[in-house]
Design a protein around this ligand. Sequence first.
Ligand SMILES: NC(=O)c1ccc[n+]([C@@H]2O[C@H](COP(=O)([O-])OP(=O)(O)OC[C@H]3O[C@@H](n4cnc5c(N)ncnc54)[C@H](O)[C@@H]3O)[C@@H](O)[C@H]2O)c1
Length: 415
Amino acid sequence: MADKRLGVGFIGGGFIGQFHVRSWVGVRDADIMGIVDINRDTAETAAAMARELGVGEPAIHGSITDMVADPNIDAVWIGTPNFTRIEVMEEIAEAVIGGKGELTGICCEKPLGRNVAEAKEMLELARKAELLDGYLEDQLFSTSVQRGKAIVWARGAALTGRPFLARSAEEHSGPHMPWFWEGELQGGGVLNDMMCHSVEVARFLLTEPGAPRESLNPMKVTAHTSCLKWQDPHYVEHLRSISDGKLDYASRPAEDFARGLIEYRDEEGKELIVEVTTSWCFVGAGLRLSMELLGPEYSMSINSLDAGPKVFFSRNVTGEVGEDLVEKQNAEMGLMPIVADEEGEYGYTGENRHMVQSFLAGKRPEENFSDGVNVTELLMTAYMSAEQGRTIEFPPPELDTFIPAVARGQWNPNK
Ligand SMILES: NC(=O)c1ccc[n+]([C@@H]2O[C@H](COP(=O)([O-])OP(=O)(O)OC[C@H]3O[C@@H](n4cnc5c(N)ncnc54)[C@H](O)[C@@H]3O)[C@@H](O)[C@H]2O)c1
């Protein structure tokens, strides 16, 4: 496909679909040529955005099979809610295996599955359909992470020894759609939703540039989960009101705080630590990603809210509520940061560029479904640890069939 452009179809044109559309201005050799969304208005919005930005002329398809059959589509990106993973992937695989259309590759948003069984099923279906597979973990491709890692390893690690501790956190004030809050639909709470990023970006920072994932061996996982904010009666009522009464955080909450510690060994048997913390109860300017990488004579730190300009609006500036300064923005007044290039800073642009170039070259992306499976294995071990209140050796028995209590609607720290 070296002289060809890649035609990409999006399944899901919601929040993340539109982030991907905006990122496409920094992606070469590919156009967004199709969108499927069960909500026609959402598909229209995402398609209009693509046309306006000049990143494609997407046709709106009535089904995944129709989009796969479109000769303008060479690859598809899955950006629908977590509870649709398997049905979406099955339809893609059936369309390809049944000869309805041809695809080179497939990309899937995080998490690859709600549990290990689902994540492995995704990998299996991609293999059966003989598709190149990309796992969309954007934070690995963040401009700050890429540059920070390269410089730390080239200067600090080359002269004084490898880094031994990586810290990573993702925090905001809570998801934008009700389904994220429902343990059974999403697969868990903040641990599943956001620690998937943190464990993977921390592992990536600790891994020598160019070395495979297997150069780091996870040995033990210790985690803690809690519901610190959203079981308060006031917030229980708020969640009920935004979900037509479906969310019941008094009796079926999901964790809004999770921390984890993963002990790795490198190929020489040296101990390395990943320390992660995530929450849905951070009320600051907006989404905050923070990472640190520490070695014998150096350290690196990243805070996404410190990346760009800051503005100050006095109390007389009483504008409308918006998310124009930063994702999950909490205020429009006072001293506020602007994340000037969110698509680049969070990693969507670099991630999509990498996936497109891998598919055009006929190569499996560096971040792929096998990575997605391993991330899910670590997260499920973290849930086991939190449920049992002890450190768990990795991999624990029965990991493949484990479903966290929160995903069975049976977790309630108030009981
Ligand atoms: N990388 C990140 O940082 C990041 C951020 C947000 C979301 N995500 C992931 O992206 C996925 C989607 O999240 P979102 O925030 O965009 O959710 P969303 O609810 O805003 O959008 C999902 C869209 O999918 C559509 N949809 C639902 N079922 C469908 C189906 N069967 N076929 C076609 N369309 C369907 C909905 O109509 C909606 O427009 C989730 O898996 C989430 O974890 C990743």
